[in-house]
Write a protein that binds this ligand. Sequence first.
Ligand code: AKG
Ligand code: FE2
Length: 329
Amino acid sequence: MSSALQLPTPTRSLEQGLRDLDEYGLCVHEAFVEGEQLKALRERLIEQAELECEYGVALLSGQSRGGKTWYGHPEPGAMPGWQGIAGLYNKGRAFIDYLKHPLFAAYNQHVFRKASWHLSAMTGLVVRRGAEPMVVHVDQQFMPRTEVPTYLNCMLCLSEFEEVMGATRVVPRSHLGGYPPQAFSAERGAYNPQPIETVAVEAPAGSVIFFESRTWHQSGISTSDKTRYSLTTLWQQSWVKPMDNIALNLQRDVYASLSEDELALLGFKAEPSGRIECNGPDGVQNTNRKTPYVPELRRGGTARPVALDGMGDRKSADDEAKAMGLKAR
Ligand SMILES: O=C(O)CCC(=O)C(=O)O
Ligand SMILES: [Fe+2]
């Protein structure tokens, strides 16, 4: 391996992890999750993955995340090399609790230079023998390079990550330059016209591989009988359209079970973009700016809005802001 592909040493220190992210575009934070929490996340993900297969609603691919995917049953005796378990915020309290890991806030504030952030996607990834390498890409490949990364990808290893198991591969320090060249063809989709040398990130279960969205990476090829399990938590700056349309995806019973702080982590916040209009008499709301429910109103019609409690009493936007415990803007 050329020294240009030197990886940062795994660390358990936030400070070291932040330095590594600046220098290498990635870091490996060991023992980010341990013990019972790691066991709970792993068991919940595996049970969900198995049942999505059994019920014929699994997101599968014979290739990788970037290859051709379909929803359905695996063929008997032929488990495809790749499975994605999408929208994990809907699939168990353990995943919501994990979003509140205190170090996520520290990593996000650093990577996003204190700009406002929230969740973009949360996806389980299962990689088995037969998985093919993904095209080398950056997670913000579809937008021009930015001074500050738009996403932070946090890949939690729920099994160990070995090269032969298709562990994530990276190009250290690539976040400082441009993007990996890609070409497109109807049969292959996106591919790299020139070979790009990448290095596998091997890590024990419980580690998080943090890589910011300008770092070149891909999933590897699996030639192992051991299954790779991982959980991707993708955070983003608030102005980016989320990878998952979380405000729409979030199931109503899950929405009703979450605190204001948890909803804010999922992006239920009115910010310069992304205001949520209340979508029913008991509909979804922003955490920081409540809105009345206002359907199409017609003279002589039956549709009625639902005002906010006490709205009629408020004298001004300033009073309203105070009543909601917010600073007027
Ligand atoms: O599964 C992997 O190793 C990489 C997947 C990937 O590219 C991503 O999560 O952005
Ligand atoms: Fe990626």
